[in-house]
Design a protein around this ligand. Structure first.
Ligand SMILES: Nc1nc2c(c(=O)[nH]1)N[C@H]1C(S)=C(S)[C@@H](COP(=O)(O)O)O[C@H]1N2
Ligand SMILES: [Mo]
Length: 238
């Protein structure tokens, strides 16, 4: 069960040990002797400094207690159809301006550190709900693929033809998750299974469901998002 990399294959254990290293620790230090470089040699370079600075600089927004979850308030908001994705066949493609493009299975994604947060989801159509999301930080995935210094935007492609793009700072915010749990349960298909974006810093329409591909980009694409083509704001911060 190794991850698919362009020219190297690592054991899951190596990748997990690597991704588990603290940011402040050896991974980003550029220091030659650390667990990671001992294991994998010189294959990986430290994350570039602008990405490292982004990851370290952003403060989490306050979260709610589990008791505040409004389980009945989170509506299903799907504009087109609900795609059926076989989670066993699913592969999340991560590519673009990265050193190590990858395809990850749900099993591999679920072996990365699980982050859970209780936040308010706000839909521009006039409803909101406090919801708990569980998943992997996009930051954690970025540590694996290593965005190049040129990466300034992140593009998310969904299985229902939905698409969105984010600024890289928001994408690497510590509470931007690729979620596979909702309110402590496995995410349902209606809410975006197997994998969706979840974040307390962006409006609901930025939080793509059924994400199949994450592409790091140098430039903001002209067609920057599904709702943006309808005249809605691109940044859509909360
Ligand atoms: N792929 C996809 N993602 C999507 C949508 C969609 O129609 N398709 N709707 C968006 C909108 S407007 C909102 S408010 C949230 C709703 O998420 P929910 O259906 O899980 O409540 O998903 C967002 N992500
Ligand atoms: Mo929405």
């Amino acid at each position: 069960m190794s991850l698919i990399l362009p020219s190297h294959t690592f054991s899951r254990r190596q990748l997990l040990q690597w991704s588990g290293l603290s940011i402040a620790g050896s991974l980003l230090s550029g220091c030659g002797s650390n667990l990671f470089s001992e294991q994998i040699g010189q294959t990986f370079e430290p994350l570039n400094q602008s990405i490292e600075a982004l990851m370290l600089s952003q403060k989490p927004v306050p979260e709610f207690p589990v008791s505040a979850i409004e389980a009945d308030q989170l509506l299903i908001n799907t504009f087109d159809h609900t795609p059926q994705i076989d989670p066993a066949q699913f592969r999340l493609i991560i590519n673009g301006e990265v050193n190590y493009p990858m395809q990850l299975s749900m099993t591999e994604i679920q072996q990365l550190p699980l982050t859970s947060m209780v936040i308010r989801h706000v839909c521009v159509e006039g409803w909101a709900a406090i919801v708990q999301w569980g998943g992997v930080r996009l930051q954690e995935l970025a540590k694996l693929v290593q965005p190049k210094p040129s990466a300034s935007y992140v593009y998310f492609k969904s299985a229902d033809f939905y698409y969105e793009s984010w600024d890289i700072a928001s994408a690497l915010h510590p509470q931007t998750l690729m979620a596979y749990q909702k309110n402590g349960q496995p995410l349902s298909v209606d809410h975006g299974a197997p994998l969706r974006l979840a974040s307390p810093i962006k409006l609901g329409y930025k939080q793509s469901k059924w994400v199949t591909q994450i592409t790091f980009l140098r430039d903001l694409p002209k067609d920057s998002g599904y709702w943006e083509t309808q005249g809605y704001e691109w940044f859509a911060g909360l």
